[in-house]
Write a new protein. Structure first.
Length: 65
């Protein structure tokens, strides 16, 4: 008798490939921890009420090592 899978695979695949813009191969090779971290960051930066704690620093390409 098959065990009920509690993961919503179509939704996870959609988020990974459409919203996070990863290839299907990248999605299936990603750990749940990495998927969760990327999803949280995406939601944070796409929240219209999000305000960064500090202003981004300006740097020129020749200053980056």
């Amino acid at each position: 008798m098959p065990v009920e899978d509690s993961w919503d695979w179509p939704l996870l695949l959609y988020v990974g490939t459409v919203i996070l813009k990863r290839s299907e191969r990248e999605f299936w090779r990603m750990t749940p921890r990495k998927f969760n971290a990327l999803t949280r960051v995406h939601m944070k930066f796409n929240d219209p009420d999000y305000k960064p704690k500090e202003k981004p620093r300006v740097a020129y390409i020749d200053q980056i090592f």
